[in-house]
Structures are given as structure tokens and as C-alpha cells.
Design a protein around this ligand. Sequence first.
Ligand code: PHE
Length: 377
Amino acid sequence: MNNKFLKNVVFTLVVLTSLFGCTKKDNEILIGEYGALTGNDASFGQSTNKGIRMAFDEYNSTGGIKGKQLKLISYDDQGKPEEAAAVVKRLITQDKVVAILGEVASSRSLAAAGIAQQYKVPMISPASTNPKVTQVGDYIFRSCFIDPFQGKVGAKFAFDNLKLKKATVLRDIKNDYSVGLADVFVEEYKKLGGEILSDMSYQAGDVDFKAQLTEMKSKNPEVIFIPGYYTEVGLIARQARELGIKAILLGGDGWDGDKLSEIGKDAINGQYYSNHYTTESTDPLVQEFIGKFKTKYKETPDAMAALGYDTARILAEAIQRAESLGSDKIRNEIAKTKDFVGVTGKITLNEFRNAEKGAVIVQVDNEKRKFITTVNP
Ligand code: PHE
């Protein structure tokens, strides 16, 4: 083999890999998204994706950002933490995205955040509320409130507004969000003078909650706090009512989505949860967003759609301000987000890369979510 032949082979390989590895066109900015598009929590990923796409379509139809089109590359992590880590690695090392949006579920954000941090690619979670998520490092942000606040909101609402003094808790033991939120609720509820009669657990994927509910029934709680995701919460509500439990059911943002009522049916009506936004807001910006979303997707946007929309816009504005498309430059501009007017409220990212904003309490009324009250930090 002579030298010239070798050089030719090497050259051909270099050309081929660069052609192959590069899907990006010069007029595009690649942004990654990961979420559960299938599986138990599919409505989380699907709603977020719709919100993000709507925001990017709006920028792209008016000339894009820095004269380039925003191109979203979305991967389905199937609701599995290990898959979340794998697709985030793929977004960074193969697709070479400049920034990442996701996940909704805290456990999956936690599984992937370390990779974004390691490669110094900024990640913004639209909806993960567990405090640990942004503690992973200085490239990890979120555009929602955190559970030390959300848990306090729930405890105060149960104790002060509903005047319920005796609670039981049913938490998803494998879910960082659920465990963290349950802990805060218990602490805050006790501080207010409330009594925790029992604190029990289940695991996502369980379908029979009768053992825990029977035990709870014997304690006669006035309120049951269930910081889980909609699939299990719907089933828990039905089984609680089947067993004759009359207590008020209370939860957090993990209840949100149309599926809650589809699964929980009548059993979930009248029950309450804390959330990131309300469709009953009179703010013209919110109503305009809902109108546009309905026209585009023929459905009412839930909280994840709204958070996806806001988060995509926060990122787009940061990219617009950044002096180049370097991930470090984009990271620094995300960190400077201040008084961003979103449909989920005014967003300023604090020194811990979290958003400090209000929560709302809503009441389930079939497919509607009745606005009850706003709680500001
Ligand atoms: N806050 C939840 C978590 O951290 C995720 C979630 C957000 C679910 C908003 C529904 C709506 O896991």
C-alpha cells in the first residue's frame, strides 16, 4: 500500500463522516428536546412538544432567530430514566444541538442533566420541580417553581382554605418528584398544626391501591395528599371512592392533563391540585395563547403545553441575545433571563437557575379545571 493510496482513503473517510455527521443546514439552529411521547406519562411529553413547536413555528414564520430557522430535534424517552440519559447524549454528541429542552418528570431530568452539564450544553427543564434538578450544575435551568414552594402551597390550602386538619399521604416511592413533594407537604402541614395520620407509598405502574386505601380508611382522614402522576392518581381516586372513602383528594402539578379525568372519571371531580397556570386567567396574553393553541391543535393547552411554550421562547430569546451560537454564550444569556412575560407568569431566573413564580390551585370539573386561588411566593 503506498502513501498516496492511504491519503486518499483517509480523505474519503473524512468527507464521508462530515457529510454523514452533519445534518445541520447553514440556515438552521439545532435545538434538542427529550420527553415521554409514549408510555405511562405520554401526555406530559406530547403536550410539552406541542407548546415548544408552536413557539418555534412563530419565530420561524417571522424570519427566525439571528436570521436562521430554529430546528427542533425531539426524542421519545418512553418515560424511562435510562432512555432519557441515552437520548440526551445522542442529541449532544451526534446531533450537536446548541441547547436542550426537557424533561417534565424530575426523575428523568435528573437522569440526563449530568450529561448536559458534562458536555456544557445548556438544558432548561420546563416543568421539573424537584430542587435537585438544577443543583446538578450551572448549565441546568428550569422555568417553573420548585417543590419546597409547591408543597407549602398544598399544605396551606388544605389547612387554611379548606380547614382540613387531618391528612394521610400516598406517595410514589420511585419518583423523585413525588417523594420530595410529599416530604415538604408533611413538614409544612405539621408546622401549621395539621396531623399526618399515615404516610404510605406505591410505585408507578401499580394498578391496585386497595391495601393502602383500606388502611387509610381506618384512620378516617379529612384529606389525602397524593403527589403522583395522573395515571395512578386517576386509579387511586376511583378505588378510594369504591371503598367508601369520602376524604378530599389533593395533589400537585403531576395531576395535570386530560387523561386525569379520562381515568379518574367522576371519582376525581371536585378534587384539587396545585398547578403552573390556569386557562381561566383573564390575562389577554394567556387567552391569546389558548386561542392560537386551539386553532393549531384543536385542544386546550394544559400546563405542560404552556410551560413548553414559555421555555422554548426563553431559549429563543437567549439565543437571539447571545453574541454567537456557542453553548457557553447561550448558557450565559439564559442565566440573565429577567422579567420574561410568559403565559405561566413573569419569569426571572434566580442565582440557583430556578424560576420564582406563583402557583394556582385548580379544582377538577370533568375536563375543565376550575380556578380557585393564586399563591405567590
Ligand atoms: N413537576 C413534575 C415533576 O417534577 C412534572 C410535571 C410538571 C407534571 C407539570 C405535570 C405538570 O416531576
